[in-house]
Write a protein that binds this ligand. Structure first.
Ligand code: ADP
Ligand code: ADP
Length: 224
């Protein structure tokens, strides 16, 4: 069963078509990379998936919920890591997570348990009490990924999460996020860096608003 589906979605800015009949279908426990050059439509697609934009052309479903008809239920199953960090640098890691958990309606006790579990999954447990300001860029990103898991989403959306990081930090993040996919989450990861993608990963190639291919990285490489 698909956990995530984009069915025949189009979007235009005035007369400029940014997405042209895009369809993507993904199941649980997948790592899917969204690849495409500048202007391909990646940001537009992310803005539709997070409901910053709306379109009446086509349908988007997250964990079975139509984002236009049941936006609250659909977005409740989505965890998002935006390209621009959104952290309070002067709060500790755990307070940042607790704050977000509060916004999601979790009680204090639940928030603490979920925060601890999420930080553990990203290898960040021992950093919980540090101020965000004291963390390097890679650890800040891992904290943001942990935060995106607090409400136990089915789908994790990441918009070029490793931009500006050094190679070891990028490798740690791609490893952790692949582990999340292996444990049953659906990961949708926008990037233009092919070294973040593994042979068994799904790849959606977007160009000029159209899906050129959806197959595993291994198949894509094989077909030249
Ligand atoms: P990507 O994220 O892959 O770089 P975008 O989704 O930002 O692609 O852009 C897709 C297309 O839509 C491009 O041709 C871009 O110039 C155009 N576009 C994006 N945002 C706007 C906007 N606000 N107004 C007009 N055209 C836009
Ligand atoms: P990204 O690579 O993250 O998509 P862009 O540089 O393509 O970033 O776009 C940055 C911002 O400018 C986005 O909010 C996008 O919607 C807007 N934008 C992109 N292309 C155009 C355009 N042709 N006209 C107006 N706004 C645009």
């Amino acid at each position: 069963m698909s956990v995530f589906s984009v069915e025949d979605v189009s979007y235009s800015y005035g007369s400029r078509k940014a997405l042209d009949h895009v369809s993507i279908e993904l199941g649980a426990g997948r790592f899917c990379a969204l690849l495409g050059p500048n202007g391909a439509g990646k940001s537009t697609l992310f803005n539709l998936l997070t409901r910053l934009f709306v379109t009446s052309e086509g349908r988007i479903r997250i964990a079975g919920h139509d984002i236009a008809r049941e936006p609250r239920q659909a977005l409740a199953r989505l965890g998002v890591v935006f390209q621009q960090p959104t952290l309070d640098l002067d709060m500790s890691v755990e307070r940042n997570l607790a704050y977000f958990a509060g916004l999601q309606g979790l009680s204090g006790k639940q928030a603490r348990m979920r925060s601890a579990a999420a930080l553990e999954r990203l290898g960040m447990a021992e950093r919980a009490r540090e101020k965000v300001r004291a963390l390097n860029g890679g650890h800040r990103r891992r904290m943001e990924i942990a935060r995106a898991l607090i409400h136990e989403p089915a789908v994790l959306l990441l918009d070029e999460p490793t931009v500006g990081l050094d190679a070891p930090s990028r490798a740690a993040i791609t490893d952790h996020v692949h582990d999340l996919a292996d444990s049953g989450l659906l990961v949708f990861w926008a990037t233009h860096l092919v070294d973040e993608i593994r042979e068994e990963d799904e790849v959606v190639v977007l160009n000029k608003g159209r899906v050129l291919a959806q197959e595993t990285a291994g198949q894509l490489a094989g077909s030249g």
